[in-house]
Design a protein around this ligand. Structure first.
Ligand SMILES: NC(=O)c1ccc[n+]([C@@H]2O[C@H](COP(=O)([O-])OP(=O)(O)OC[C@H]3O[C@@H](n4cnc5c(N)ncnc54)[C@H](OP(=O)(O)O)[C@@H]3O)[C@@H](O)[C@H]2O)c1
Length: 354
């Protein structure tokens, strides 16, 4: 199949090329990046040199592509997606930005400003295969690939709010504290990301509200079936790749009344999570807090749910690589489903450890 990547000069575009560049069933048709037009890809990202590709300044062969990934900032992505879908209706677009993730236009515009192509919001499918796999199929044209924080936190909390295997066992009021490596902020130069300002230091941000908050709330509300309140606090930590979310929720009275000991409750919940994700090849339920390093460079998310009966809380720790399961890997997982391929094609690499 012919695949193009727009935004190859950014971290997500480069991750997509890393994952797709060696696949025998994929021809990288065009890799587009305005700031490096005409340059060999290895000049921009030396790790990609063996791919021997030349960066294009513009997307010129869109009608030849089966799939086009847009790894661009919001607004630029929506404009490009609208152009592709108009000029080449059979091409599938996987948008890595936030432009099509929020279903409600007013909510989008509150966080991101006027939407350049709002008419596509309802057509776009939210590309979180573990929860929306049945909507990601060869008929789908436009995928809104989830944010990294939303993938990490919603997969950690969804089983406890879902009625798929039984009754929800937490109240619809959750707290998510999440840590991200600096590649989550993209490749552009920013003062707070300088080595001397970032190393051996950390801080929270987005205390007044972060753009991923409505996305997390939208998915959890959808899973639960009525509104879920979310407090979400992101933190930047001195890692290049990696994301860890710790989520907290109050247990229902029914749940607390069912178990006599914390160990028994935790064991039951871990089994419940394993059953919930039994058909999801990239979700691994673990018995100890995961480390970000265990999933680095892989498309896996490791999730560790624990019950604290004395405080009547569920505590879930989840870890993924923000550029892989949090972006490019999830994008490729979506591409596989769109093209009718096994979901794991080209994605079965393990974490790079240590
Ligand atoms: N980084 C992550 O962990 C992560 C995770 C999930 C989702 N995302 C999302 O994925 C997208 C890309 O993120 P990133 O981290 O790769 O960002 P990045 O490193 O800053 O790269 C952005 C890319 O967009 C291009 N670009 C910038 N402004 C443009 C414009 N107005 N028109 C066309 N191209 C433009 C840049 O290329 P030129 O400067 O060469 O034009 C560059 O290739 C963003 O929407 C981001 O929110 C990122």
């Amino acid at each position: 199949m012919k695949v193009s990547i727009v935004g190859i000069t950014g971290y997500v575009g480069a991750e997509l090329a890393r994952l797709l560049g060696r696949r025998p069933d994929v021809e990288l048709l065009e890799v587009v990046g305005r700031s490096a037009a005409g340059q060999p890809i290895g000049k921009v990202f030396p790790n990609l040199a063996p791919l021997k590709l030349t960066v294009a300044g513009e997307l010129e062969r869109m009608t030849e592509a089966d799939v086009i990934f847009l790894a661009l900032p919001h607004h630029a992505s929506a404009e490009t997606a609208a152009e592709i879908l108009e000029k080449s209706p059979t091409t599938k677009v996987i948008d890595m930005s936030a432009d099509f993730r929020l279903k409600d236009r007013a909510t989008y515009e509150k966080w991101y400003g006027p939407h350049p192509a709002a008419y596509l919001l309802l057509e776009a499918v939210y590309g979180l295969p573990e929860l929306y796999r049945d909507q990601i199929n060869p008929q789908t044209r436009l995928i809104a690939n989830p944010g990294c924080y939303p993938t990490c936190s919603t997969l950690g909390l969804a089983p406890a709010l879902s009625s798929k295997l039984g009754k929800p066992f937490i109240e619809p009021d959750v707290i998510v504290d999440a840590l991200s490596g600096t590649s989550g902020a993209g490749r552009g130069l920013k003062q707070n990301l300088h080595f001397s300002e970032m190393t051996e230091s950390t801080a929270a941000y987005g205390l007044e509200g972060h753009r991923h908050l409505p996305e997390i709330a939208q998915t959890l509300t959808d899973v639960y079936g009525s509104p879920v309140d979310v407090i979400f606090t992101p933190h930047l930590v001195p890692l290049s790749r990696g994301m860890l979310a710790t989520s907290y929720a109050r247990l229902t009275d029914d749940f607390v009344a069912t178990y006599k000991t914390q160990a028994e409750a935790t064991q039951a919940v871990r089994q419940y999570y394993r059953d919930f994700y039994a058909n999801d090849p990239f979700v691994v339920i673990v018995d100890e807090s995961p480390y970000t390093k265990q999933v680095a460079g892989s498309n896996y998310i490791y999730i560790c749910p624990t019950i604290n009966l004395s405080s009547r809380r569920l505590v879930v720790v989840s870890a993924l690589d923000n550029l892989t399961k949090g972006a490019g890997g999830e994008g490729v997982q979506n591409m596989n489903l769109l093209m009718g391929l096994p979901e794991t094609t080209g994605l079965d690499m393990l974490g790079l450890y240590p």
